[in-house]
Design a protein around this ligand. Structure first.
Ligand code: DGJ
Length: 734
């Protein structure tokens, strides 16, 4: 049984709750007469539950029932499962409130537990799921007797996936309304093991770059207060034992299934104890909870690996492929698409699009995606967001005529939307100036000349949905790129009362989730790709709705190596929107061979972002070849196990990663020689993930080698002439 509860383990330890997956264990204890919920252990699987000693309750300062004179010292050092604010645990806590009398302190005692065979959906939020038999849940209810506030901690053990998820529901069972001023979703208390912290950082066009540093005393956090998970920081944090690499070392990782403001923090205290927490950012958060009402906080995914980062990566990949991503396209090859953004920007009409589509169809491209600029008066980025009516000047006959013609070429049609926004120069804004998020009476801060719609207003959400639905019904549209090009600021509402302003960020996210949920329910065949000025909303929350997300506006093959390495650290390759674009690259001005651009984009959902009508015959031939290669290897890339072999970010010369089929009969490694080296012989790379006893032949070569040889003695990649060269190395079992 993956969840076990052991009663009266010792005088002070009333209960031990042990949650197991195949290779990990998570242990919680209920102690003292006050029934504190303590964290005992998370890590490699344990075959016994006798580890109450790890709570150190016999060490000074004892539990409060025996030494209440030192209660504060107890709270200041005890490993809490869900630490509360204000009564003596001075570390980063998970929950705080504001009562009508102004007080903020809380203390929770265990009340009950309930084991569930099916995982409940989290109301209004994206969350992971599993069929009966794939996961087991335990709900632990704790109460603050003083206020009547209850926390319901939900743990789910996905046994085969080796993943535990956590979330928290807060119930106001008291008589008075109160305000929640902080509700984090997960906490992990541990002894320090000379940890390093790994997090992902970046900016627009430089998303998710891997950074590592030692954990020192004090607090280190990554966070977003931008109303989206952001280009800058990612809702992910991992603690690694010193020297952890792809194969060795312990990793404790947390990833947040949420797309709005977040905080992930690690703290090292006076006793060399570590606390790692994750949840909705408490700043600008204040939620009014009436008596009898509930607040559901989003889910955190926990992965422990005792075999380095590689194992962590593969656990996340499998978990997200099987227990987070949904819909028709989850397990299907995605159509090769051509997007007109970098080909035309706003300067297009139906004729131009059809020219592109005709040429693209001949090369084997399967879908045309019409990007920004097809609606209202949208000739540039200064206007028209909100006016979701087709611009017939550009598209005579509307979307239907375009779709019919594109379909006639044997291609699908996809379109771009940015439904959450409103331009001040739009009919919508002129009619409803109070529909934009703004501080009443203060002029709002523009970004890309636009405001954000106040999706906390029901009328606004329904209006936006009505437009989406009408547009999607108007023609055979089979794909939507849902974009979001500015961050939230100027938080205020013409709709919510003043004491609920602190709810805007979270209510906004709930409305975005609702819109996408409604859209997919009404149009279940749609392929949805989320996007936010590139990859600012590449997060597990959005992945619940869209099986792929645009990785970055930076389509340069070399910059993409770094962005895709950081993204693939957690996300399956099937989720990473990756396109081949023109050279010199529009973001960095670099020219790379078309072959390399193709090889790098093959690591994601494959597509093009250039004007095919301007390519030479030779380039068009190369595109047809690339598409054939995409079809040949896509199942392997989409479903296989990912191995990182060398990182250009670390060695500054070359990059190499591979995908191995689950049965280990086939593998594809991508090698990119970023910088050519004069007078250099072949480079030996040590392949990973193969079966040692199996014999493999490399496509195009005669020799047969065992997996053992290829992994231990390596494979020689010949030096290629010039910078930015690449090779695919494809192996099959013989
Ligand atoms: C930002 C996206 O990332 C781009 O791909 C493109 O869709 C533009 N927005 C359009 O405004």
């Amino acid at each position: 049984m993956p969840v076990q509860c052991y009663e009266n383990v010792s005088k002070d330890v009333k209960k031990i709750i042990k949650i197991d997956t195949e290779n990990t264990s998570y242990v919680i204890g209920v102690i003292d007469d006050e029934q504190f919920l303590g964290h005992i252990y998370y890590g490699a699987y344990l075959n016994d539950y006798h580890l109450a000693y790890a709570l150190r309750i016999q060490e000074n300062p004892f539990v409060p029932s025996q030494n209440n004179g030192e209660r504060l010292s107890f709270l200041d050092s005890f490993s809490m499962e869900y630490p509360a604010h204000g009564l003596g645990d001075f570390r980063e806590d998970c929950i705080s409130i504001e009562m009508p009398n102004g007080s903020t302190g809380l203390s929770f005692s265990f009340v009950s537990l309930n084991i569930l065979e099916e995982k409940p959906r989290l109301s209004g939020l994206p969350s992971t799921f599993g069929d009966k038999g794939e996961c087991t849940c335990v709900e632990i209810v704790c109460e603050d007797v003083h206020t009547g506030l209850k926390v319901v901690l939900l743990y789910t053990a996905f046994e085969k996936a080796d993943v535990i998820t956590r979330s928290v529901r807060i119930v106001n069972a008291g008589k008075a309304p109160l305000y929640l001023t902080r509700v984090l979703s997960a906490c992990l208390d541990m002894d320090d093991k000379e940890f390093e912290v790994l997090s992902l950082h970046g900016s627009w066009a430089r998303e998710r770059q891997i950074k590592r540093m030692p954990v020192g005393y004090g607090r280190y956090s990554v966070e977003s207060l931008r109303g989206e998970s952001s280009h800058q920081e990612h809702p992910f944090m991992a603690l690694l034992t010193k020297g952890t690499n792809q194969e060795y070392g312990e990793v404790y990782a947390m990833h947040f299934v949420y797309s709005g403001n977040f905080k992930a923090l690690v703290e090292k205290d006076q006793f060399d104890q570590i606390r790692m927490v994750m949840g909705i950012h408490p700043e600008d958060f204040k939620w009014k909870l009436e008596s009898g009402c509930e607040f559901q906080a989003p889910e955190v995914v926990l992965v422990y690996s005792g075999e380095g980062l590689g194992k962590m990566t593969r656990a996340f990949h499998d978990f997200y492929r099987n227990h987070l991503i949904q819909g028709t396209y989850r397990d299907k090859e995605r159509p090769v698409l051509i997007n007109n953004w970098e080909a035309t920007y706003f300067d297009f009409d139906k004729e131009k699009l059809i020219q592109i589509a005709k040429e693209a169809a001949q090369s084997g491209i399967e879908m045309l995606v019409m990007d920004d600029g097809w609606f209202g008066n949208r000739f540039d980025d200064k206007r028209a967001l909100g006016d979701w009516y087709v611009n017939e000047e550009k598209l005579p006959g509307g979307l239907k005529a375009l779709a019919d013609e594109v379909n006639g070429l044997g291609m699908k049609l996809g379109i771009w939307f940015e439904p959450e926004m409103i331009s001040p120069d739009s009919d919508l804004y002129r009619a409803h100036p109070d529909w934009a998020i703004a501080i009443p009476g203060r002029e709002g801060s523009l970004c890309r000349n636009q405001y954000v719609l106040d999706l906390t207003q029901r009328e606004v959400v329904d209006y936006v949905y009505g437009r989406i639905s009408q547009i999607l019904h108007s023609a055979n549209i089979e794909y939507v790129k849902w974009d979001m090009n500015r961050q939230l600021s100027d938080i205020g509402s013409a709709y919510l009362p003043a004491d609920q302003t602190g709810e805007i960020y979270h209510r906004y996210m709930l409305a975005v989730y609702e819109l996408q949920e409604r859209m997919l329910k009404e149009f279940p065949y749609l392929l949805l790709e989320n996007c936010s000025g590139g990859g600012a909303r590449f997060d597990p929350g959005m992945l619940y709705y869209s099986p792929q997300i645009w990785c970055s506006d930076d389509t340069d093959a070399i910059e993409r190596l770094k962005i895709q390495e950081g993204t693939a650290l957690i996300y399956p390759l099937s989720t990473m929107g990756a396109h081949v674009s023109a050279c010199p690259n529009h973001t960095v001005g670099r020219s790379t061979p078309l072959e390399t651009r193709g090889h790098v984009a093959l690591a994601g959902t494959f597509g093009y972002e250039l004007d095919v009508t301007k390519l030479s015959e030779k380039e068009k031939e190369m595109i047809s070849l690339q598409i054939a290669v995409y079809h040949k290897y896509n199942e392997l890339v989409r479903c296989g196990d990912y191995y990182r072999i060398a990182s250009y970010c670390e060695n500054h010369f070359y990059d190499c990663y591979g995908v191995v089929s689950k049965d280990k009969t086939e593998a594809l490694y991508t090698f990119v020689q970023v910088l050519g080296r004069p007078n250099h012989r072949s480079r030996r790379i040590y392949l990973k993930g193969l079966a040692p006893e199996k014999k493999y032949r490399i496509e195009g070569e005669e020799e047969i080698n065992t997996g053992d040889v290829l992994m231990k003695a390596g494979y020689l990649v010949q030096n290629m002439w010039g910078d930015f060269r690449s090779r695919l190395i494809h192996l099959t079992e013989v």
